[in-house]
Structure formats: C-alpha cells, structure tokens
Design a protein. Structure first.
Length: 264
C-alpha cells in the first residue's frame, strides 16, 4: 500500500487549512497514495481558543475533507476539533474515504512540559482501527506515542499499520525523543508506524527552544515493524509518499514474537 505523509503547517484559519489539506490529498493521489495522513490540529493550530472553531463531524470542515476523499478515491486521516460536553472540545482524527467513515478522539492528553491539554480538551476512551483496501490501520494522536499499550491494542485488533498525526512540542531534547519514540512504538507492537507531524510555524525556530503551545517540529517518519526508519522528513512542510509492505509485518512477528510472548 502506498501511504502519503503530509507534513504541513496549520494556521489559525480553518478555511485556509482545509484548502491546504485538500491540496496535500490531491498531490498524494497524483503520486499513487491510497492513504493520506495529515497532522494533528490540521483544522487549526494549537495556541488559540479551540472552542469557537470546533465543529461536529457532519460540519462543513469535515465535509470538505470528505469531498476531496471522494474526488481522489484516497482515504484521509486528519486532525480536527469537535465539540465535547462542559464547553470542552475533543482532539479528533477524522478518517474518511472509500468504505471508511470513522473517528478517533485522543485518549492521552498532553498534560506535560507545562502545557495542560485537559483544561480545554476531553479525553477519548475508544481504541479505533480502520480497514484501508484490506489493510487494518490503527489510529493514535501525538502524546499517545508515549503509551505503548495503545499500539499493542492496535496489533491485538489486527492492525499491521498504525498512523500517528501529531503536533509535537518543541523544547530541550524533544526532537530526539520523537525520533526515539516513533521507532520504539513500531518495535513494541511490530507494526508499520506512519508518524506525521506539524512543521513549525517559523521555519527558522530552534526546535530546542520551548514554545507556548505544541505547534510542531516536523520530522515525520515512516518506520518499519522492525523499528528501522524507512523514510523521514526534516522540519519544513513537505509530502512523502512511500510503500508499506504489510507482509513484512507478518515476517517480523514470526521472527520476534513479542506479542505472543507477553506475560503481562
């Protein structure tokens, strides 16, 4: 399966961001991708009030994503914000495309490094997988990357691929942690991992210097089920299309049967 990692920089304007999402999906389709993954918070970047821009899954922003998925025949996974009880929002992934209509609300909220996502965002509770042309794909978001049990839950549900839209926070050592964790989670669960981050709003910014909100450091990566990086982007907006060999997942699981050998 050809998968597109669409590294973009979201602005504070949802309509502008929708146009960028649609452009990325069309470019991915031209390169033969069947699955296009875009970052967390593609609807609007972090650092602005999210409540006023959140929309339901049948709202115009999501419908705009569905329209480009229908137009291209590509399954799209993209980060947006949906209304939640008590004035909060959900940090939601919309997954839509041929025979796919699903959503995932981020389970693990980013209450770390001085940022409190839970002040404005309600946590999800449901492990979600989708089927893209016969390939089962698990959905996760950003801070979920620090919790290996979610990716093993994807594998237990039959996934051979996990996708991780993100808007990773800058700060001392954070980029190195990202590089380490995307490899570790693929290896933990013996899955292909497509981790797609926001590119930083300021391309000249030092990723070692913290920002007030987690607005991205780039470094999107496709990692094989053996934990090796097969392709990776830098810090700027870019599109990466690569092949995922799902049979390799089965070969790695036969060789290193960590899922079968678990005792806890």
């Amino acid at each position: 399966m050809r998968i597109a990692l669409c590294q973009m920089t979201a602005s504070t304007e949802p309509k502008e961001n929708l146009a960028a999402v649609q452009d990325h999906v069309r470019r991915a389709a031209r390169e033969g991708a069947r699955l296009a993954v875009l970052p967390e918070a593609s609807m609007v970047r972090f650092g602005v009030p999210l409540g006023p821009v959140a929309e339901p899954l049948d709202g115009p922003w999501a419908e705009g994503v569905r329209a480009v998925a229908r137009e291209t025949g590509v399954t799209v996974v993209v980060g947006m914000f949906t209304p939640a009880p008590e004035g909060r929002v959900a940090n939601t992934l919309l997954a839509t495309g041929p025979d796919v209509e699903e959503s995932y609300d981020k389970i693990h909220l980013y209450d770390a490094f001085g940022f409190r996502e839970s002040d404005t965002v309600a946590a999800g509770s449901r492990v979600v997988t989708i089927d893209v042309e016969g390939v089962r794909v698990g959905l996760a978001t950003c801070y979920d990357l620090r919790f290996p049990e979610l990716f093993r839950a994807h594998a237990d549900a039959g996934a051979t691929v996990s996708v991780l839209p993100a808007s990773w926070g800058a700060g001392p050592g954070k980029r190195a942690q990202w590089d380490l964790l995307v490899r570790a989670r693929a290896l933990d669960a013996t899955v292909w991992l497509a981790a797609v981050g926001q590119a930083a709003p300021d391309p000249r910014a030092d990723p070692e210097v913290p920002t007030k909100a987690p607005t991205g450091v780039g470094r999107s990566a496709l990692v094989g089920p053996d934990g090796t990086v097969r392709a990776q982007l830098g810090g700027a907006p870019e599109l990466l299309v690569a092949e995922v060999d799902t049979e390799e997942t089965a070969r790695v699981r036969r060789a290193v049967a960590v899922l079968d050998n678990r005792r806890l």
